[in-house]
Write a protein that binds this ligand. Sequence first.
Ligand code: FEO
Ligand code: CA
Ligand code: CA
Length: 672
Amino acid sequence: MRDDDSYCERPFPGPTFAEVVARRISRRAVLRGGLAASAAFATVSPAALLAGCGEKDAAPADHGTGVAFAELAHGVDETVHVAEGYDVDVLIRWGDPVLPGAPAFDPAAQTEGAQAMQFGYNNDFIGFVALGGQADHGLLCVNHEYVSPEIMFPAIPEGLDEVARTAALKQQAAVEMAAMGGSVLEVRRKDGKWSVVPDSRYARRITVTTPMALSGPAAGHALMKTAADPDGKTVLGTLNDCAGGMTPWGTYLMAEENFHKYFGGNLPENDPRRASYFRYSIPGGGSWSVLDPRFDAAHEPNEPFRFGWVVEVNPFDPASTPVKRTALGRFCHEGAESIVNKDGRVVVYMGDDSRFEYLYRFVSDGKVDADSREANAGLLDKGTLSVARFNDDGTLAWLPLVHGRHGLDAAHGFDSQAQVLIDARRAGDVLGATPLDRPEDVEPNPKTGKVYMMLTNNPQRGAPGYPPPSGPDPRADNTAGQIIEIAPDGNDHAADTARWELLVLCGDPTREAVGASWNPATSANGWFSSPDNCAIDPSGNLWVATDQGGAWAYNSGLPDPETQAGTLPAGATADGLWYLKTEGEGRGTGRMFFRCPVGAELTGPRFAPDGEALFLSVQHPGDSDSSKWPAFDRPSTFADPATRWPDFKPDMPPRPSVVVITKKGGGRIGSA
Ligand code: FEO
Ligand code: CA
Ligand code: CA
């Protein structure tokens, strides 16, 4: 997602609603003011916060070792780069066929019908599930998070009359809805090269209009009922699916992130639902109500409660109905990766990617049946959702979101467990969860049992009226982000407690004001800013993808973009993928492996089960933040984009694409 989508409007104890509104209006001033706070904090040594960094025991032989490749350099240009000795191939691009009979891609005249059969826009999460137990044949499950209309469509002509302009907006909205959701692709490796199997019986497109079921405690609650669905158990489509997850039984979890952005209109002043709307930044100013009135909150006030969930999809059956699993809570979900706990239950870790939001964990009541996918079908409907409180002493407490306990009752506006889940953010507020610097992807490492949480950034940290630096969020005006390592007590992912450590404080370690902290072995290309997605390879190594958003051109961690206009500071780089060592002497050392084209963010890293292929989502290449690239230096549009990657043809706009990385001559990605 773009960084500017995550601005926090939420009131903390202290400021009034009017103050919050005033603050929003003076946002730029707040960002500048943060500079002083950041400099003051730099007097505290970040190294002191990195308990254990560089002081770990030697790594076990089967993980954290054996990664060796010639590091890539920071930089920015029109195309992708990978470390020497590796190939990068485009697997599928926006507009390529997914369903049998999909028409050829015509970007100048895209239609809803064509788009619904073709690969969608802004590919994000990638899941892989093997077919027939083979590492070279499987299903790729890919989210399409959002759309970038300014570079995917020709501009709507000026001077149209009202009727013609409305028709054009409707046509565009219909294509946008068909371009989002997800794709299921059958992929195969032959002679060392991966390709999409044409006309596969597994091929599927999921969009904003695909019928879905609601299940779990919130299904059927009064807030889930609409005119179109008086039972509150069926909903059309999914919105803004970002990082997600694959379950141990091979289903695909789509996680709905910034769903609020798609709703316009508002409730009357005295409507009791306004408190919940406000806590979820609804309405977010969407324009789709021109086509479908359910996206107008004034017309259908309960529709926004039916988004913000985790959706489970059976990728083996393209006719199956996706299910929104409400037991996993409603928030701006980022990531839903899981692990089978030592007692056999499944544990799902989930971030809520907005500034000052929380980390969540779901523990199923039932145990995973390793022999039958069908037997696990309802496992995500019954269990306990908890939210994390990080204590400054390095301990972490999981606080259960259970109706009737610890204030989650009628006195705080919760009528049932359903409402606790629908208003999970408000429930976390009541329990005293720790507000974090934008929790993005969270992944358990099955080799070590440790869990890695990416905190991408938070320039509002420490600003007047907002929470000060503390614990896992130690820097004010934090533009660079940090990575937290969590070790469940007793290696029990269902335990009430865990311990946490800062693994790295991101940003340029050579600039003192940034307050970054890396292992000293990290090179000038090994540090990064704004960790977003991550992946654990089959050997247990951690790989981190970045999303610096519009800050890419100054995101060495320097807080003031204005002073950097027109030039790129040393160290500026497009987003990419880094290996980050977590064990042994080199713990906290980064190494750059892959780099995106200008304006793109890297998402969805996923290793094939044998570790010999790495699938990556290159999202929004040539997006408008490309204007900060001095070599382009103007708005990037469909007619005049900053890059035309990956086709580089004059009539082809930039196309979000999934690429696959392989090692020349074969072998595990990263291996010596
Ligand atoms: Fe969609 Fe939080 O990135
Ligand atoms: Ca993301
Ligand atoms: Ca991930």
